[in-house]
Design a protein around this ligand. Sequence first.
Ligand code: PLP
Length: 438
Amino acid sequence: MKSSRETIVELDARYVWRPYTPMGEEHRAEPLVVERAEGVYLYDRDGKAYIDGNASWWTATLGHQHPRLLSALAEQSQAFTHVALAEIAHEPEALLARELCAIVPAGLERVFYSDNGSTAVEVAIKMCLQYWAQNGRPERRRFLALSDAFHGETLGVTALGGVSAFRRPFAGVLMDCVSVPAEEDESAVYERTFSALCDHVRANAATLAGVVVEPLLQGAGGMRTYPPQLLTDLRKVTTECDVFLVVDEVFTGYGRTGTLWACQQAAIAPDIMCLAKGFTAGILPMAATIATRRIFEGFLGGPERALYYGHTYCGHALGAAVAREVLRVYEEEHVLDAVRTSAPKIDEAMRRLARLPGVSKPRALGMMGAVQLGTAADYLQPLGKQVAALARRAGVYVRPLGNVVYVAPALNIAAPELERLLSVVCDSVAEVAARNPH
Ligand SMILES: *Cc1c(COP(=O)(O)O)cnc(C)c1O
């Protein structure tokens, strides 16, 4: 027998510690109790439909319950689900690795599997540190990152992150890392930021293990975009100084920015690329860190040179089977062509919205569009929550970042649903802006 909606809400409130949520009674928002999902829709216990405006934390790039992905999952589950990737190989992981190497930027030739975006970046920083330690440059121990960067949850990648609300509790125990400030999202400010970043690389190459960036679009730090040329320039300087460039495509990968990888728009190849969110299009947690041959070869030799890193579930057979099918669906269903049609509509809606008083900083890139309400942009600002509540009543699920309201729907969202998503978000933003004159 099915539990009632009330029972679910009550047990959740009683026993579950929610992610990224103030847990005090007075802060508790009524959860949306999802019963099923299909395409871009989430359905609650009463059968009410909600357009999933953030593709379930940016993962469901092909919508929910894509039949081809479910078939791949079912088919692999008939054979086996998970085996240790130690002294065992299997078709899904081996073929997926070859398929990934064929489509990532040139020079990336070795796939290291893990479970999620945080671990994908965590292993990247360990690869950099250990590479230099055992290849003649042991003094290279520090990383450079952007302020408002977000690279995940482990203590290692928290050190790379620049969102102060996420860092503050861990001050004093985070790895030594230099953040270069990007105070605003106007491209002139990013230009200054990247110029400072490049200067820092030139001046401190001797002690730098790597530079880690989200390419073109800083996601959880506030949906800020910057011009591809800046990334192209950073690649040039890191190459000249022989400092590794790690590109975190966890959010931007799998077509979110309009090209399969954001790196392509800057025409660069990083030393290490990190993939997760769209990897299985939201079906299973799985990630990959893809490195150059040079980095891989820096670990060859005796057992003392190996990378002692590996998560229990790495190379998961179900995840790998689904991830292979994801790549085929992108190709055969022309997903990136659909993005070319939809992206301008998102851009246009954000620009229109930003003409309202109290709404500013429209930005859009591929299948992401955002605006800011009020004047402050930090994560603890309250206006986005008000927008989300109004949107939910109108049948749209969004999850803003403080005062920054954004949409990041499935890439294959159809025109009528996209129109509905944008119109509900615009109306909700307009109403909150009108209520909060400044
Ligand atoms: C979400 C995200 C991560 C962390 O991924 P998880 O799967 O949540 O651990 C890392 N980097 C970027 C850019 C992200 O957007």
